[in-house]
Design a protein around this ligand. Structure first.
Ligand code: PMP
Length: 392
């Protein structure tokens, strides 16, 4: 028995030596654009609450009403007796929002991806995936048992090479993030759609960071690129721009009927509680009514990117509210984050395995509710500390 714990301790020690040990930071009070950690009030440049609606009065009121009317639990899996009518309503609302025939709610984006992918592809099929797709997509692919090819990030020549190699497989599924969670760059969806049509593949996109942000109606990057009806499977999350929790897949009715029958992470789990569903319903209204939020977040992020690029930081090819500041070394990235913490800015370090080796970075995220003054102040602090640490 003692050997088991000693082995774990040794493994943790190895992580510490590589500056990869992780600890939780506990937040006192609500998580808004300002957060309180260890008695310090910090400007929050690290949450995915992009539109700043997690504490919106409409969402809070809806959640409270959800509890009062229905209680605190779905009490069982949705296919047993956990399927509140509210679920059907919110799925209809989501389908209308995404401009698809139907939608299905999952408990999180992670469980959506590990459920959807193995339901759609298995032995005899092949999945082609962007090299830096989110971990939940990779785990879904592993679970599926299908053959697996990775193409170089956003490289359409390499995607075509993979599609040629995939000749002869029963089903070919291309999967990509629409907005990449750690780099903040965008998948070239029009080109991907053309290639998948040329080679007879099916396309699944993960709009975790695109929904609520891109497109005339905030539907996501597929709307922005006007390719919505050429993408077979769209999933997105509800814990980021929507300020709630959970995830959905949207598409044709036959796809949704199939996933309801086959996605194991949908079938074998207790449904989300009514409070969450009610808040999602309110969030959908807010996202559609308060268009200024997505306009503001993208405009403010563009300003921050211009300032930091001009100062000499490497922001990769960020084109959205997610702004990586590439540092490389784990220890240097942690030092940068700590120094910012000391001046009351929360800018979390992201290290391997979340990002590739030697590609540690700060991942800044902008919110619609950050004021221009707050961002200008943060940018000045980042530049000053970046110079002191010889990052620029
Ligand atoms: N897909 C992507 C691209 C993500 O960035 C994330 C969350 N970081 C997820 C899926 C998982 O979503 P959730 O947090 O709802 O599990």
């Amino acid at each position: 028995m003692e050997g088991f714990y000693a082995d774990l301790e040794q493994r943790l020690e190895n992580l510490r030596e590589e500056h990869l040990f992780r600890e939780l930071k506990s937040v006192t009070g609500a998580i808004g654009k300002w957060v309180e950690i260890k008695g310090r009030r910090l400007l929050n440049l690290s949450s995915n609450n992009y539109l700043g609606i997690a504490c919106h009065p409409m969402l809070k009121t809806a959640a409270i009403q959800g509890v009062q009317q229905l209680g605190c639990s779905a009490t069982s899996a949705r296919l047993i007796v956990g399927n509140y009518e509210l679920y059907d309503q919110v799925e209809k609302d989501l389908a209308r929002f995404k401009d698809t025939e139907a939608a299905l709610i999952f408990n999180s984006g992670y469980t959506a991806n590990v459920g959807i992918i193995p339901a759609l592809a298995g032995r005899g099929d092949i999945i082609i995936s962007d090299k830096i797709n989110h971990a939940s997509i990779i785990d879904g692919i592993r679970l599926s048992g299908a053959e697996f090819l990775r193409y170089k990030h956003i490289d359409m020549v390499d995607l075509e090479r993979c599609l040629k190699k995939a000749e002869g497989y029963r089903g070919k599924l291309i999967v990509t993030d629409s907005v990449f969670s750690m780099d903040g760059d965008l998948a070239p969806l029009p080109e991907i759609v053309k290639l998948k049509e040329k080679y007879g593949a099916v396309l699944m996109i993960d709009e975790a960071h695109g929904s609520g942000i891109f497109g005339e109606n905030g539907r996501g990057l597929a709307e922005f690129y006007e390719v919505t009806d050429r993408v077979e499977i769209t999933m997105g999350t509800l814990g980021k721009a929507f300020g709630c929790s959970g995830a959905y897949v949207a598409g044709r009715k036959v796809l949704i009927d199939y996933l309801r029958n086959k996605a194991r992470s949908f079938i074998f789990t207790t449904g989300l509680p009514p409070s969450v569903l009610a808040s999602v319903q309110a969030a959908l209204q807010v996202v559609q009514q308060e268009k200024w939020r997505r306009e503001e977040v993208l405009a403010k992020a563009a300003w921050v990117r211009d300032e930091l690029t001009e100062a000499g930081f490497n922001l990769l090819n960020s084109e959205c509210q997610i702004i990586p500041i590439l540092v490389g070394d784990n220890a240097a990235t942690l030092a940068f984050s700590r120094r910012l913490f000391d001046v009351n800015i929360l800018a979390m370090a992201v290290r391997p395995p979340t990002v590739p080796l030697n590609a540690a970075r700060l991942r800044l995220t902008i919110m619609a509710t950050h004021s221009n003054e707050e961002l200008a102040w943060a940018v000045e602090q980042i530049k000053q500390i970046g110079r002191e640490l010889a990052i620029i």
